[in-house]
Design a protein around this ligand. Sequence first.
Ligand SMILES: [Zn+2]
Length: 184
Amino acid sequence: MTKTLIQNAPLTESELLRATQILKQLQADLKQHLHHNIGPFLAAIYDTSGQEIARAYNTVVQDNCSHHHAEMNAIHAAEKAFNTYDLSPYSLTLYTTSEPCQMCLGGILWSGIKTVFFGVPSARVEAVTGFDEGFKPHWIQAFKDRGIRVYGNIASAEGESVLAEYTHMNKIIYSPEKGVKICS
Ligand SMILES: [Zn+2]
C-alpha cells in the first residue's frame, strides 16, 4: 500500500529509500523497548555523512519531566556531542518515529536542525493512542519558510502498529489538559 508522502521540498528516490530504512529501524528498536519505562516515541539525529550522532526515547514518565520527548532528548544529546547550543553549522537531520508535537516543533526550530523525517502523522498518533499533539497550524510550510526541509508519513504503517501495541499494554497516556488516564 502506498501512502502519500508529506513534504515541503523535493526528495530523491534514494533519499526516500534511506529515510524509510532508518525510520523502519527506529520503529523496530522502539518496538523492542516498549516494555521498558519509556513513552512510545524514538528520535535519532544524523550528520551529512550518514553517521548517527544521537538516539533517544521519550522519557517523560521515567524522568518526571514533561519536556523529555524523544526529539528534545535527541537534540540535547546532539548539542552535548557537539558542545554547542546551535546545530545549524552541521546541517543535521532528525528522524522521529511520529510527527513532532507542538513543543518539539519549537525545540527543532531553536536547535538549528535542517531536515526532519517523521513517521506517523499527528492525527493518527492521536487516533491510535489518545495523546494530545498540540496546536500547530501550517507548521510544515512555516518550516519551509525558515529553510527546514520536512518529510513525513514514512514507514507509518509500522509506526502505527508500534503505537497500537503500546496502547494495548495499558501504559500511561499522559496529557495535562485531559488529565492522566490509563488505557484499557
Ligand atoms: Zn514532542
